[in-house]
Design a protein around this ligand. Sequence first.
Ligand code: C2O
Ligand code: CU
Length: 481
Amino acid sequence: AFAGGCVLLPVVLQHRGYAQRTDERVEPFTLFFRKPPVLSPVRSDATTDYYRLTMQRATVEILPGLNTEIWGYNGIFPGPTIKQRRNRQSIVRYINNIGKPMSVHLHGMASQPQYDGYAEDLIPHRYYKDYIYPNNTAATLWYHDHALGKTSLNVYMGMAGMYIVQDENELSLPLPKDNYDIPLIIHDKKFASDGSQVFDDQAQHGLMGDVITVNGVPWPRMEVANRKYRFRILNASVSRSYKLALSTGDNLTVIGTDAGLLSAPVSTKDMRIGMAERYELLIDFSKYSLGTQIVLQNLGPANNDNFGNTDKIMRFDVVRQESDDSSIPSTLRNIQFLPESSAVRSRDFTFQQNNRLWVINGNGWNRNRVDANPQLEEVEIWRLHNNSGLWFHPVHLHLIDAQILDRNGQPPLPYERGLKDVFYVGENETVRVIGKFRPNIGKYMYHCHNMVHEDHDMMSQFKVGSGGIDPLSAPAKPLPA
Ligand code: C2O
Ligand code: CU
């Protein structure tokens, strides 16, 4: 039900290396957990923080004793975390020193079209672009490559980082903060025996690594205090979804979705996270005695691909006694959900496979075609259908935050009942999503976030209103020689 491993078997066997494990060079839970560094602005003025990120290649040690080439923002994977206050503008200078054209999208931000990282709005090698972000939403976002037809390779090689926007409401809540508010960026990889990354998209079906990394470290172990922690989880994998659960069988407390806090915490035994989704969890380690080891498990696709350790993600070792002044509020924020009756129309989008190409309503990408043209502030219901057989499609809409009305007529999962920008559409599922098209006019992409599907060619665009800034109207500038 997760990744369609069975349907892939004939393809898999042709790919030497896929049928053999590549994860044997590292024992799970032997490497130390780390957080991506927080990026400092190069300068700030009354209205704006200015940041600089250089896309570059680097050689790093991911597997003990082996060198691995990655591509990363500032040469690291994941890239540095950017932290902003809501409604304070940021301008990020993206400098391309990778050696080929790249594009950068800040996923979850309502950017103007020329700053949204349109797939054809490429930054050539030795060029840069300044992207202006309004930061008008408080949520866990991420920036990643979006180059047409190359997103899966570029993100796989390391082009991804977290971007956190916080507002007064969130900061006023008694949730765990600072050192107890931790990003977990999950991403699966595959390695050749020399340590190089193997990019195998299995004839454009999907890429499944057998090494699970968290913040770039294979199956790390994190030493924690016996108190509550907040984890901001991003699935930055190319094609793998996960079903998270604790080895103790204890519940997880979900407090946030893609587009910010839920209205109230949701307690669940396990939770699914598709590619590009973000969920925020609280885990309370105070009930465990010092010395307890708790594995964050993946109950998901391990059975499909049969690679030994993909059923584990990381381990928490409770090693310290600490006091805890945080608590779990019963109300997190007030979300205005859109009633179904506010929609002016419904549209149908079918995600399927045609002659080996992934398509939406029969079409692949065409920059000159627009599939939907809601007017500014109009509310629409999008029915997302998946009849592609044994595959799921996490469908991402740029620009807007929306909510799930139902899955095959049933209510969404309890922890999905917040604002989202990625909608997991399981096999043989129809997911109805309601959203208001705002705050900008212009052309925006929507696509499957299995990046292999997105690249070949399950991506299209809608246009809000008429006119609007052309996404290609602000070309990159050359770096001084
Ligand atoms: Cu996360 Cu169109 O992307
Ligand atoms: Cu897909």
